[in-house]
Design a protein around this ligand. Structure first.
Ligand SMILES: CCCCCCCC(=O)SCCNC(=O)CCNC(=O)[C@H](O)C(C)(C)COP(=O)(O)OP(=O)(O)OC[C@H]1O[C@@H](n2cnc3c(N)ncnc32)[C@H](O)[C@@H]1OP(=O)(O)O
Length: 224
């Protein structure tokens, strides 16, 4: 459970799980959206609830003790499948399919539906922060300087509509264990939210990455 965990998954096994859990989780995302928007009658709601309780009980018969964590195999291929923004197995995640460049520039196109609403028909500000936290963190990781979010500042320029959106992030500068990243969310009309954040390689990871204490080296990335 939890944490970073190496396993022996082969590329074929990973492909199998992607094919199995990807569509499975997508149906649960559909369920969340359908739950918010359904207008079926009371009896139908009660009947569906009973079926869902049975389904939850079936899934609970065999479970992890805790969260999924981040798993990786011998090739270093990371599987953050429980992640709340990109997680393949997390129905709460939109999920974002992020394109990464080794320069640290990352981008993605995504869709936010009814489950992410704050003000009517608009994206919740905390959801925008969630997405930009991940995007800036991905930029730091893609550039070879992964870290935990130490600060995150959001500038909400104008309201973000639910629907089709894009996001990008990049590294502004690095200094030893610290990476400053910037990013933004855009709709068809342009920028809605901008963010800047500081990402710091935590002490426990520094001790693994720099046994000699020399933070001028490039630490290994745990990003996918
Ligand atoms: C690819 C995956 C993408 C993932 C994206 C998602 C990112 C996340 O959501 S991470 C979760 C949210 N963030 C957290 O929970 C972080 C919680 N905080 C921590 O873990 C630690 O406080 C952490 C890692 C930020 C710093 O801890 P630690 O490394 O022990 O700090 P410490 O050794 O005291 O300080 C190191 C340096 O950082 C500075 N620093 C530490 N914390 C901060 C801070 N919050 N703000 C500014 N500077 C800070 C210190 O001043 C020090 O600077 P200097 O070396 O110049 O004197």
């Amino acid at each position: 459970m939890g944490g970073f965990q190496q396993d022996e998954m082969t590329p074929e096994q990973i492909e199998h799980e992607v094919g199995l859990y990807g569509p499975f989780t997508e149906v649960v995302r559909e369920l969340v959206d359908a739950t918010i928007r359904t207008e079926v009658d009371d009896d139908e709601i009660r009947a569906v609830q009973a079926e869902l309780e049975d389904i939850v009980a079936r899934l609970r018969r065999s479970q992890l003790d805790g969260p999924y964590g981040v798993r990786f195999n011998a090739t270093g291929h990371g599987r953050p499948w429980g992640n709340s923004v990109v997680g393949l197995r997390n129905a709460i995640a939109p999920p974002l399919a992020i394109e990464r460049e080794s320069t640290g520039r990352v981008r993605c196109e995504f869709h936010l539906g009814a489950a992410y609403e704050g003000p009517p028909s608009l994206v919740h500000g905390g959801v925008s922060a969630l997405i930009l936290d991940q995007m800036l963190g991905e930029a730091a990781g893609a550039g070879g300087r992964p870290g935990m979010t130490a600060t995150l500042t959001l500038h909400y320029r104008r309201a973000t509509p639910l629907g089709d959106l894009r996001a990008e992030a990049w590294i502004e500068r690095t200094e030893g264990i610290k990476t400053w990243a910037h990013g933004r969310i855009e709709d068809a009309e342009g920028v809605t939210v901008e963010a800047e954040g500081l990402f710091i390689l935590p002490r426990w990871a520094r001790e693994l990455a720099f046994p000699t204490g020399d933070a001028a080296e490039t630490p290994p990335s745990y990003a996918e």
